[in-house]
Design a binder for this molecule. Structure first.
Ligand SMILES: Nc1ncnc2c1ncn2[C@@H]1O[C@H](COP(=O)(O)OP(=O)(O)OP(=O)(O)O)[C@@H](O)[C@H]1O
Length: 272
């Protein structure tokens, strides 16, 4: 399939999925411009045309209503009786969760209740004191802090994180740029330390999703986001979910909770 045929297949699929023709035109034009700018064949950049059109359509719909009945995939995260102690201080006690591909779970709790600790345990960067953690092999993690290197530009981040996943430099930059566009951000040649807090957080999220993970862990991903960026992020979360990933997201925003499949509320030892 040459590039023109790929774009035609993408257009056909967007029309089949009932995307508004003007919105479909805009999405198709954006995709064509990105592919041209990257110098890559669109299939190399975006994957199969029909799958890409399906994820575009899903993001375009921005389904902020309660989740509909959907097919669930295999378990991507299983926590059983997870505990965490820092010295004698118990932060997590007996946390259980089963998250499947195609599901979104929210982690909520007061400041200090252990949300970031739990995400670290899920990601494998924090060792649990007890219980078991099973996770998918391909995970993406956007931590609350230290997710980006202040002296590197966004493209340097994409190349570095891409290399970790065995991705070539050009593909990593093109993929990072495309994912950033989904969050309404066009990366420029500025070191991360000079970006606004919200834009640094977008970089953090993009790095977490660079390698199409099966499990995506987001620790308060929209600190500093404006309203549009917030909606873009939820559209992305739904697109990952619809593509079969499981998403675990820490949030303080109660109105997020009607959009998810599971809510895990942590009590924190200060409250007990
Ligand atoms: N490395 C560490 N060593 C000792 N105590 C720690 C460590 N990391 C976190 N803690 C403590 O564990 C508790 C839970 O911290 P954590 O950051 O997981 O909470 P949180 O729910 O994410 O908080 P917030 O809502 O403020 O982000 C806090 O009391 C914190 O001080």
């Amino acid at each position: 399939m040459n590039a023109a045929e790929w774009h035609a297949a993408c257009d056909r699929r967007l029309a089949e999925l009932g995307v508004d023709p003007r919105e479909a035109r805009r999405l198709a034009d954006d995709s064509a411009a990105e592919a041209l700018a990257s110098g890559l064949h669109p299939a190399e950049l975006f994957g199969p045309a029909t799958a890409y059109a399906t994820s575009l359509a899903s993001a375009a719909r921005q389904p902020l209503a309660a989740p509909l009945a959907r097919a669930r995939g295999p378990v991507v995260l299983r926590l059983a009786g997870v505990t965490k102690r820092y010295r004698r201080r118990e932060v997590l006690r007996g946390v259980d969760l089963v998250l499947r591909g195609g599901e979104v779970a929210a982690v909520v709790g007061a400041n200090g209740s252990g949300k970031s600790t739990l995400l670290g345990v899920c990601a494998g960067s924090v060792k649990a004191s007890g219980g078991t953690v099973e996770r998918a092999a391909r995970i993406g993690y956007a931590p609350q802090q230290h997710g980006v290197a202040p002296y590197l530009t966004p493209d340097e981040h994409f190349r570095l994180f891409g290399a970790v996943h065995g991705m070539g430099a050009r593909k990593a930059v093109a993929t990072g740029t495309r994912l950033a566009a989904g969050l309404g951000w066009r990366p420029r040649d500025t070191v991360a330390g000079k970006l606004s807090g919200g834009t640094q957080q977008k970089l953090n999220v993009v790095l977490g999703e660079l390698d199409r993970p099966d499990l995506i862990l987001l620790d308060e991903p929209y600190q500093g986001f404006d309203q549009d960026s917030y909606l873009d992020l939820w559209a992305q979360v739904y697109a990952w979910r619809d593509a079969g990933a499981g998403v675990l997201v820490v949030t303080h925003l109660l109105h997020d909770l009607d959009k998810v499949d599971h809510v895990l509320e942590l009590q924190g030892s200060e409250d007990r």
